[in-house]
Design a protein around this ligand. Structure first.
Ligand code: GLN
Length: 536
């Protein structure tokens, strides 16, 4: 812990200004200077993980190889760094408090009065140390969720302050703040950020760097003003205007010399400077002109009058990676599954897309609409990719129409169906009976064996793959032979042959109709797009 360097990233003014992407981009530019990075996320909520939260509430639940269900920022870290991140790198208040309370109940504190300080703050620091030790990295970038001034993240900022006190030369603070440009005033305002700095000061923490997020770049005048009022050197105030493509951010940061500033503050000597592959990838996005239109049939994206694409962020990013690598300009359209339940005539609109995707999902709303959409694209020979629920519902659709079982269903929706083609495995039945919902789905990385001569095997180019899962239900093994008789191919299976991992239709009968029980989107990265999305 002594030589290790820590960069704490804290938000100011308001949430949603891109702290996670900032952490990812900071990680990227430092990795490009030859250091090994360790990126961590702290979420102040009491949920022990993100798995039990409604997507509308929380956005996407990202799943690590280990199976930990966590915040979507972890997905950004993996995508920018090009590495899989271990579960030690994520913590919530719930995780920390649960550990301390369980330990207290087991007399683990020897009869002491267990106050939040020092017992919670020390537990936070223990977790940070555990992650940094495991990573063998040179530098950790640690995002503290929420905004300075909130009650819920104070203890984490306090832990960071203590770490700085112990290792004054090894810990720095970055404030990611928002500078509004009020419509009527037409001028960028620094005052809210000045207050955010003062709030941090009241915790005994001073930012070494301010990342100034805004619609537009920060001009010299405002930089001077903010520097003067906040006691931060002008060179340490980094302009971070909105961008079209988040992968440009590391390049923008480097225009302001951010890695040099960070390394100077951390007293580290750079070993190299190499963002070449990254720059080439970003250029690829700019050069792509030929359009590719993908329709996503889902249900979680409407909240009031707003579209909440956050719920499918890894799917969107994975499509972006694949499109750019094929030199296509991606346009995604959000198609509400419920619309197809109400008016079947609208299905015709699906013919306008180059591909239709049904992503993961839970529960009954919109299910019949998704099945109708799948039926339409299967029969109209429109390319189809189904992810998890999207695969399960494609199996249901096939059972109803190609196998002639009109009542076929997943038991998630109809437990009484005579043809439960998607069903619970015995271990999952027990979890549901016991109301044991947290972290009990089939989660994280599992291997699958691919069948030779299939679309999947050709796309991956290997015989065995590992992909991340998050589901309870499976293709019912009782009906496999019947599906195969009618042409469906299970091209990926668990090594014991018991679980169906990939379903496809023969390329002679459909140009591309494939579903995965796992979530390939979690492993797609801008420099290494996922083979399944990339193959067509
Ligand atoms: N609801 C389905 C299941 O639990 C699919 C889950 C998903 O799409 N992630 O198996």
């Amino acid at each position: 812990m002594k030589k290790h360097k820590y960069i704490f990233v804290i938000g100011g003014v308001m949430s949603g200004v891109g702290k996670g992407v900032t952490v990812s981009a900071v990680g990227k530019i430092l990795a490009a200077r030859g250091f090994k990075l360790n990126l961590m996320k702290i979420d102040p909520y009491l949920n022990v993980d993100a798995g039990t939260m409604n997507p509308i509430e929380h956005g996407e639940v990202f799943v690590l190889d280990s199976g930990l269900e966590c915040d979507q920022d972890m997905g950004n870290y993996e995508r920018f760094l090009g590495e899989s991140i271990p579960p030690e790198n994520y913590m919530t208040s719930g995780m920390v408090y649960k550990y301390v309370i369980d330990k207290e109940r087991a007399l683990g504190y020897g009869g002491k009065c267990v106050d939040p300080v020092p017992y919670i703050s020390e537990e936070i620091l223990r977790r940070i140390k555990r992650a940094t030790d495991r990573s063998r990295a040179d530098i950790s970038v640690i995002e503290i969720g929420g905004t300075a001034g909130e009650y819920q993240n104070m203890i984490f900022i306090e832990a960071a302050r203590i770490l700085k006190l112990r290792y004054p030369d090894n810990v720095i603070f970055v404030l990611v703040s928002f500078l509004p440009i009020p419509h009527k005033v037409g001028e960028m305002k620094t005052k809210p950020t000045q207050y955010a700095v003062r709030t941090l000061n009241s915790y005994g923490v001073h930012p070494d760097i301010i990342i100034a997020r805004s619609d537009r770049p920060l001009d010299a005048k405002r930089k001077e003003k903010l520097a003067f009022a906040s006691n931060v050197r002008p060179a340490s105030i980094i302009s971070a205007p909105d961008v079209d493509n988040i992968y440009e951010i590391p390049i923008n940061f480097e225009k302001d010399g951010l890695s040099d500033t960070l390394l100077g503050l951390l007293k580290l000597k750079a070993r190299q400077r190499n963002l070449n592959d990254w720059r080439k990838m970003v250029e690829g996005y700019k050069k792509a002109v030929e359009p590719v239109r993908i329709g996503i049939v889902g249900k979680y994206f409407k909240t009031g009058d707003y579209v909440l694409a956050d719920v499918y962020i890894s799917v969107i990013e994975a499509l972006k990676h694949a499109a750019a690598s094929l030199a296509k300009r991606l346009s995604i359209e959000w198609l509400d599954a419920v619309d197809y339940e109400e008016s079947a005539g609208r299905l015709e609109e699906l013919a306008a897309y180059d591909g239709i995707l049904v992503p993961g999902g839970f529960g009954g709303r919109g299910v019949e609409g998704k099945i109708k959409a799948i039926s339409f694209v299967r029969q109209s020979l429109i390319p189809y990719l189904g992810l998890c629920y999207g695969m399960q519902l494609a199996v249901v659709e096939y059972a109803r129409e190609a196998l002639g079982w009109p009542d076929a269903h997943t038991t998630e929706i109809n437990a009484e169906s005579k043809h439960p083609v998607i069903d619970l495995m015995p271990e999952q039945k027990k979890n549901l009976q016991d109301k044991n919902y947290g972290a009990t789905m089939r989660l994280g990385a599992y291997p699958a064996k691919l069948r030779k001569g299939t679309i999947a095997a050709a796309a991956y180019g290997v015989q065995r793959v590992s992909e991340r899962h998050r589901h309870r239900y499976e293709v019912n093994p009782l009906h496999i032979a019947k599906f195969e008789e009618k042409g469906m191919i299970f091209s990926g299976r668990s090594p014991d042959g018991r679980l169906m991992e990939i379903m496809e239709l023969p390329s002679e009968t459909h140009p591309f109709f494939l579903g995965t029980q796992f979530h390939p989107e979690f492993k797609s990265r801008p420099l290494t797009p996922h083979p399944l999305a990339n193959s067509h």
